[in-house]
Structure formats: structure tokens, C-alpha cells
Design a protein around this ligand. Structure first.
Ligand SMILES: [Cu+2]
Length: 169
């Protein structure tokens, strides 16, 4: 059902783009991004996450339906779900933001997943991330790489994870 919905949305976006850009609402123009950052991971880590606050400054709903970055081979929109007490990540078709509302992308919750980093991402580096909206408009931002302390090495745990799950080699 979700995939059907996103396909419809995509078809609609294509229709809008085929007509006139100028008279159409531009979702990207309504989007403000606050405090973006990418989590620093060890050099051999298969993936990392990007986090930020998405703010809708307009009076209509907007949605991020895809993200792109040259810093990773694959970029996906993810959330965490509680699966019988275990936090797991799952790809989602979109991140919708209500009029004048905001969506928080944070460790343990929604995030942009950067899978297969194309280069070492170390603290202070800037990562270009492009957010693609449901209407096809795009917003590119630069997210600095930051160390996040005390979070464990995996993406599967949020703040609540705490101790006990880490294994030291
Ligand atoms: Cu993820």
C-alpha cells in the first residue's frame, strides 16, 4: 500500500513537472533544514547516518521522498521500529512534514542512511546531501561530520540503548 502511494505521488510529480514550473508550489522552497550533521564512523563501517531538523515554513504539507549524496553508493530514508524490544531500521517511502511543522531526524529515529561510503568521513568533513521533494523540487545542504560519543558502533541503537550491548574485541 505504501509503495502504491509513493508511485502515485511520483506520477503526480512527473505531471506537475511536465506542466509549468513557475506557477507550481515548490516544496523545496518551503523547506528549511536546521543543524544537519553526519555521524562519524570507523573507516571500515559499511554505513552511517545523517541527521537534521526539517522545518516546513509553508501552509501546505510537504514530503521528502528521496535523498542523494556523492558520499555514499546508496542513500535511503530510514526510521527505527521497535520489533519485540529490539530496535531495527527500516526504509520508508517518505518523510512528510505538516504545514508549519517539523520532523526531527535523530539517532534512534528517522535518519538519512548513507550506505557504502565513497570516501572516509571524518570529523569536520562536509557532506553534500540533496533532498528530493514529492513535487520533484530539490534542496541541497552541507552536513558536517561529527563524532557522537556514547552511542555504540551500530546504527541500531538510540540513546536508550545504554550499556551492555557493546562488545569489545
Ligand atoms: Cu538506517
Amino acid at each position: 500500500m505504501k509503495s502504491l502511494f509513493s508511485r502515485k505521488t511520483f506520477a503526480l510529480a512527473g505531471l506537475l513537472m511536465a506542466s509549468s514550473f513557475s506557477v507550481m508550489a515548490n516544496q523545496a522552497a518551503q523547506l528549511e533544514v536546521d543543524n544537519p550533521f553526519v555521524r562519524e564512523m570507523p573507516p571500515m563501517a559499511p554505513a552511517t547516518g545523517a541527521f537534521m531538523t526539517l522545518i516546513n515554513t509553508g501552509d501546505s504539507s510537504i514530503a521528502v521522498v528521496r535523498a542523494k549524496s556523492d558520499a555514499a553508493n546508496t542513500v535511503e530514508l530510514h526510521t527505527h521500529i521497535n520489533d519485540g524490544g529490539v530496535m531495527r531500521m527500516r526504509e520508508i517511502p517518505e518523510i512528510a512534514i505538516d504545514p508549519m511543522g517539523q520532523a526531527e531526524l535523530k539517532p534512534g529515529g528517522l535518519h538519512v542512511m548513507l550506505i557504502g561510503p565513497t570516501r572516509a568521513l571524518t570529523e569536520g568533513d562536509l557532506v553534500d546531501i540533496t533532498l528530493v521533494m514529492a513535487d520533484g523540487s530539490e534542496k541541497t545542504l552541507q552536513a558536517p561530520v561529527r563524532k557522537i560519543m556514547g552511542m555504540g558502533m551500530g546504527m541500531g541503537q538510540g540513546h536508550q540503548g545504554g550499556h551492555g550491548m557493546h562488545r569489545h574485541h
